[in-house]
Design a protein around this ligand. Sequence first.
Ligand code: CP
Ligand code: NVA
Length: 301
Amino acid sequence: MKHLLKLMDLSTNEINEILNLADQLKFEKRNGIEHHHLKGKTLGMIFAKSSTRTRVSFEVGMYDLGGQALFLSSHDIQLGRGEPVEDTARVLSGYLDGIMIRTFKQSDVETLAEYGSIPIVNGLTDYCHPCQVLADLMTIREFKGNIKGRKLCYIGDGNNMANSLIVGGIKMGMSVSIGCPEGYKPDAEIMKWASENGDFTCTPDILEAAKDADVLYTDVWASMGQESEAEERKKIFDGYQINDSVMNVAKPDAMVLHCLPAHREEEITAKVFEAHAKEIFEEAENRLHAQKAVLVKLLKD
Ligand code: CP
Ligand code: NVA
């Protein structure tokens, strides 16, 4: 594993290795056991979009591992003024040990990896959000004891989260169902791959999608960069919500996850959100542990 650009690039074995290391690093952090695997290393963090979890968890993660992180807003570096990604990649490769990037185009992340000579981690693009799904899988295993054979149902926009959940879920042997409106389906190639490689369904009927689910998942109706569509999307996605009716058709002990930030009474009711806050905030914490595992795998000598 040289980079983390998208989950499709990882084998099931590599995902399992990351989850195992993440569990170990979580135990060490909780018990005050030093784990300075990246002493003297520096991670650059390029952000072209907002972030709370990704920014803080990567920065704290590098500190925990004995290294340091640099926050690089794309608005403040020359990348934001049009310096090509190809040049930014080669310049930063001379200073840094790794780069985490959150941006719009997946192709920019791939170009960074192609032209740079250091590991690149995708901290979210319009196409996918692999770090989030590694934390999600870690959380599912923590609460359910196992992942394989479980049913994961995602309700809402067929966005970056849906794309990564499908790939991560299928690679880990889950059955994956998507409940989303026509015209807002996940990436067509990912859905084709999922149908050919596992148990995958996509339907506009959310109760059908949620039936007997072990894990229910949702995300905002309008992602970063879609602010101008937000009002229109509220009408289109009306009803694509995790609420009591959805919970009633899922398994009685179903867990609920949300990558956050959450919009209560849009994609999830406040009632369901608060009833499952324990899982959702453990999931947020697990971003730290899962990403530290990724950083160790990629950056450790
Ligand atoms: N879930 C997630 O990536 O959160 P941030 O946008 O706050 O980083
Ligand atoms: N789909 C959301 C995820 C945020 C973590 C977005 O891209 O804004």
